[in-house]
Design a protein around this ligand. Structure first.
Ligand code: UTP
Length: 294
């Protein structure tokens, strides 16, 4: 079955990015000159997805606006002869078909995905988290889609992380099948490092079958009141197989201030217009650091 729909849960408060995320959705904070979320939507488009379902919340309408046409701005740019900028804003406005649904309370990632259920029918779909920006030549979600086409099953992206960091992620116990693909045996959300079944952390890319939605409908909230996607997947394992796979590219957690800075530097260096001057600037900064530490 063709994969067309991609769900982007963007209803969280982004508390790790305060105060920047107080009035601006953290997903729209730019990495160089593009909102973090635009990189993630472009990844889905590059992998062939044609519909973006944003799960938004109060105060986040700017996300839909960003991916919509802005005819007044377009007319203004055209009247000023700013053809390059006109093309840039037209491109982002016509990237994908946009659908928005609301998550009225931030009750967890599983709950956010459930808000899109009535739009998904009985087709498999993708979930991409705007926090996880993956920089690379081929779209990471396309890699998962390929494993889904071969297995017909749900697939989660995984990455090896240092043991002391596993408590920040969902974690899988998995049997390696070769080529970076694993058969998932169990999942646990944010395990204590000494109890984690592996160092394979779930990263924000998923291809999910309708069975996962069925199970999420039945998944009770955890002690903090949230419905966890990881728990929904764990329950789905009882009725169908689940795969995990590593992915090409470098992943940044753009919801974390330190990683956001690192992503800004890498993307700044790779920027076709800004890159060369930025590289020179960084070299000066590094020389200055050498002089200070000498
Ligand atoms: P995070 O936990 O990383 O995002 O959830 P957050 O809650 O916005 O950020 P912090 O931790 O407080 O800084 C991962 C993704 O899931 C979405 C978030 O918007 C983010 O893109 N999410 C999370 C929802 O849409 N709804 C929720 O109830 C929780």
């Amino acid at each position: 079955m063709k994969l067309k729909r991609a769900v982007f849960p963007v209803a969280g408060f982004g508390t790790r990015f305060l105060p920047a995320s107080k009035a601006i959705p953290k997903e729209l904070i730019p990495l160089v000159d593009k909102p973090a979320l635009q990189y993630v939507v472009e990844e889905a488009v590059a992998a062939g997805f044609t519909t973006a379902i944003f799960v938004t919340a109060e105060g986040k309408a700017a996300i839909e606006d960003h991916f919509d046409r802005n005819l007044r701005l377009e007319a203004f740019l055209a009247s000023k002869g700013k053809e390059d900028l006109l093309r840039t804003v037209q491109q982002v406005g016509s990237l994908v078909e946009v659908v928005a649904v609301r998550q009225k309370q931030a009750l967890g990632l599983g709950h956010a995905v459930l808000q899109a259920a009535s739009l998904l029918g009985q087709e498999p779909f993708a979930v991409l988290l705007g926090d996880d920006v993956i920089v690379g030549d081929t779209p990471a979600i396309g890699h998962l889609a390929q494993v889904h086409r071969e297995t017909g099953a749900s697939v989660v992206a995984v990455m090896e992380v240092p043991q002391e960091e596993i408590a920040r992620y969902g974690c899988v116990a998995a049997q390696p099948l070769g080529g970076g693909v694993f058969r998932v045996l169990d999942l646990v959300e944010k395990p204590a490092p000494h109890q984690a079944p592996s160092r394979l952390a779930i990263i924000g890319r998923y291809i999910l079958t309708p069975a996962v939605l069925d199970e999420l409908h039945r998944t009770p909230p955890d002690p903090s009141g949230e419905i966890q996607l990881t728990e929904g997947l764990r329950r789905t394992l009882r009725r169908e197989p689940l795969y995990a796979c590593t992915f090409p590219g470098r992943r940044y957690d753009a919801g974390n201030k330190g990683d956001f800075l690192r992503a800004t530097v890498e993307l700044g260096l790779a920027h076709p217009e800004l890159g060369p001057a930025f590289r020179q600037f960084l070299q000066e900064v590094v020389r200055g650091l050498g002089a200070t530490s000498a």
